[in-house]
Design a protein around this ligand. Structure first.
Ligand SMILES: NC(=O)c1ccc[n+]([C@@H]2O[C@H](COP(=O)([O-])OP(=O)(O)OC[C@H]3O[C@@H](n4cnc5c(N)ncnc54)[C@H](O)[C@@H]3O)[C@@H](O)[C@H]2O)c1
Length: 241
């Protein structure tokens, strides 16, 4: 099949870029929506500058994809931020940091899902795959805004799975553990911090972005067709500890 169309948000870096590359290799026409989409210009058929937390941006970007390609088979809600590098418990978390993290990690997937669903309903087919995190299943110490946002992204996934199953639309999440990307390299490039992270991973190493893209590609392939509302954990055993 060569006519399947996927949107990858945040496809300009890290897990999103690896996912864009992998889906393109698998025959998808991929559109990347990102604040900085330049790096995806190679594998993506279309790149659109878009802030996923801004409704006018998302509406215009999804319209551009439908205008150019006529359909959206898969939406990968991948764009995300962690907030400040400084660990902070709830009472120490700045309110504006909380708001920014929820805006990108929760409002973003909501707006993008909301924008693609009408065309998926019309075709009675579609798959929304959201990159949540192990932090949506177990709490990461000192990361209350991020942890809460990923829990919400996971429950948005389940809500969509329940509400649109009768329309032929599925929604699943991928929950990575620790992945080496521009989001985490500042930490993982410090040997003592890397050692502390690896110590909490039974497989003893962090993941590379293509290992997460593999999970997205498996879901996007249409195999596992009876699976919906599922958090697919890809974490080297971290959440099992
Ligand atoms: N790296 C990890 O260890 C890890 C672990 C679990 C989950 N995740 C999740 O995976 C996803 C990708 O993370 P990554 O590590 O590849 O990060 P990254 O920082 O390498 O890439 C994130 C991309 O999202 C884009 N982006 C950020 N805010 C945006 C916005 N408002 N609108 C549009 N695009 C925006 C950035 O421009 C960038 O291209 C995130 O949702 C993250 O929370 C990452």
């Amino acid at each position: 099949m060569t006519d399947r169309v996927a949107i990858v948000t945040g496809g300009g870096s890290g897990i999103g870029l690896a996912t864009t590359t992998r889906l393109a290799e698998d025959g998808f026409t991929v559109a990347v929506l990102d604040m900085a989409p330049e790096a995806a210009a190679g594998p993506a058929a279309l790149t659109v500058r878009c802030d996923v937390s801004a409704e006018p941006d998302v509406t215009a970007a999804v319209a551009a994809v439908l205008d150019q390609f006529g359909r959206i088979d898969v939406l990968v809600n991948n764009a995300g931020i962690t907030g400040s590098r400084q660990a902070a418990r709830c009472h120490e978390t700045p309110v504006d940091e909380w708001d920014k993290v929820q805006a990108v990690n929760v409002r973003g997937p909501f707006l993008c899902s909301r924008a693609v669903l009408p065309s998926m309903i019309a075709r009675r087919s579609g798959h929304i795959i959201t990159i949540a995190s192990v932090a949506g299943l177990v709490a990461f110490p000192g990361r209350c805004a991020y942890t809460a946002s990923k829990g919400a992204a996971l429950m948005l996934t389940r809500s969509i799975a329940v509400d649109y199953a009768a329309d032929g639309i599925r929604a699943n999440a991928v929950c990575p553990g620790m992945v080496y990307t521009p989001m985490t390299s500042w930490r993982l490039d410090q040997p003592d911090l890397l050692a502390a992270v690896e110590d909490r991973i039974p497989m003893g190493r962090v993941a590379a972005p293509p290992e997460i893209a593999d999970a997205v590609a498996l879901l996007a392939s249409g195999r596992l067709g009876y699976m919906t509302g599922h958090p697919l954990v890809v974490d080297g055993g971290m959440a099992a500890l």
